[in-house]
Design a protein around this ligand. Structure first.
Ligand SMILES: Cc1ncc(C[n+]2csc(CCOP(=O)(O)OP(=O)(O)O)c2C)c(N)n1
Ligand SMILES: [Mg+2]
Length: 410
């Protein structure tokens, strides 16, 4: 078991001897860049420069029934700065949600995404908003990725009407039709079949777009995932099944629940790709590859090797089935924001002071959203009966004994 834990820290590096030292090399490179910081900033590129340059992806991809993409990826100074900014906002937002929950401003369920930001952000960098996304309950940051605001998330979490689901959904039910984001779903694995349905609609309507159905390692053992894969493969649907493997389900480690934790291979006849989900550039490149595949050949599985710092939900301290050392080890070795920070410094795109400023701005943005959300009102009572049924069906809502009709639903 100790060996299994060790794998979390070194992650997919173990699959290639040449790459095993790569993360350490990246860390060394970054820390030497850090020590080179001085008052004079020798820009290799200005922070808003969009000129492309190439970066190595240290952890090798692993392919199943497909040749993986290159271990090199194009990026730019601007893209890296934008990645840092958005991931930092996401991190602050989740930390704020944690405090608000403890202060009882947020009630009910609350599933935090900190640690997994690179999956969401790298994915979006390879997609357009024509592409659709559906995920499970860990959806706050997905909403931001789809173009939503921190205020919409915070207000939704606190049950305020300025929330993205008008304060009626809460943590598990972020939603944004304009951004082709179909939620936030609480039934483990069910969203994968809905994702196949979204891809069916895209193909039927001859859209040049794909659907991404995200699910966790725990959900990977759900039967309906395999039903969804079967029909998607039969009909060549443009769907990307994205397994966010954070190595734990609800209080259960993957080795206790999955006979084969090689989730990228579990589509059997459906090709798969394993990606370092803590590396935003690796995710971008992998999702771009998968989109091309899905549009031309049909479904593909992506396994994102990632990690969540918080427990499964607020009732789970997250430290009873894993050690604190494991969590802090992943933070030190693989944190997705730190990785981009080091790259920005190594490439001399920003200084330490610039990054501090960006962090300050992100914190201020989140603080302001929290304050605004707190001031917002709760949904009106009549909203209890909207968004329940399709409009115009004239369904009746009854009292508990079904004798008393409360209201005809609009
Ligand atoms: C059909 C169904 N079974 C059980 C649950 C309770 N449940 C919620 S999350 C979860 C574990 C999911 O773990 P994973 O897919 O790895 O996602 P993570 O929480 O790690 O993001 C379980 C068993 C549920 N919501 N739906
Ligand atoms: Mg999990």
């Amino acid at each position: 078991m100790a060996r299994w834990r060790q794998r979390l820290l070194s992650s997919a590096c173990s699959s290639s001897s040449s790459s095993a030292a790569a993360p350490q090399a990246l860390l060394r490179l970054a820390s030497s860049a850090l020590s080179r910081q001085s008052s004079s900033r020798g820009f290799a590129a200005a922070p808003d420069d969009t000129t492309p340059f190439v970066v190595d992806i240290p952890v090798p991809y692993a392919g199943h029934r497909c040749d993986p993409p290159e271990q090199r990826v194009e990026t730019s100074a601007k893209e890296l700065v934008d990645f840092f900014k958005v991931m930092y906002v996401m991190r602050r937002m989740e930390i704020a949600a944690d405090s608000l929950y403890k202060a009882k401003f947020i009630r009910g369920f609350c599933h935090l995404y900190d640690g997994q930001e690179a999956v969401c952000v790298g994915m979006e960098a390879a997609l357009t908003k024509e592409d659709a996304i559906i995920t499970a309950y860990r959806d706050h940051c997905t909403h931001i990725g789809r173009g939503g605001t921190v205020l919409e998330v915070m207000a939704e979490l606190m049950g305020r009407k300025s929330g993205c689901s008008l304060g009626k959904g809460g943590s598990m039910h972020m939603y944004n039709k304009e951004g082709n984001f179909y939620g936030g779903n609480g039934i483990v694995g069910a969203q994968t079949a809905l994702g196949a349905g979204l891809a069916f609609a895209q193909k039927y309507n001859k859209q040049n777009a794909v659907s991404l159905a995200l699910y966790g390692d725990g959900a990977a053992n759900q039967g309906q995932l395999f039903e969804a894969m079967n029909i998607s493969a039969l009909w060549d649907l443009p769907v990307i099944f994205v397994c966010e493997n954070n190595h734990y389900g609800m209080g259960t480690a993957e080795w206790r629940s999955a006979k084969s934790p090689e989730y990228y291979k579990r589509g059997d006849y459906v090709p798969g790709l394993k990606i370092d989900g803590m590396d935003v550039l690796a995710v971008k490149q992998g999702v771009r590859f998968a989109k091309e595949h899905a549009l031309t050949k049909g479904p593909i599985v992506l396994e994102m090797d990632t990690y969540r710092y918080h427990g499964h939900s607020m009732s789970d301290p997250g430290s009873t089935y894993r050690t604190r050392e494991e969590i802090s080890g992943v933070r030190q070795e693989r944190d997705p924001i730190e990785r981009v920070r080091k790259l920005l410094l190594a490439k001399e795109i920003v200084t330490v002071a610039d990054l501090k400023n960006l962090e300050k701005q992100a914190k201020a943005e989140v603080d302001e959203a929290v304050n605004q959300a707190k001031e917002g009102g709760q949904p009106e009572t009549h909203e209890l009966f909207t968004h329940v049924h399709v409009k115009g069906l004239k369904q009746l809502a009854y009292g508990p004994d079904r004798k008393e009709v409360i209201v005809p639903l609009p």
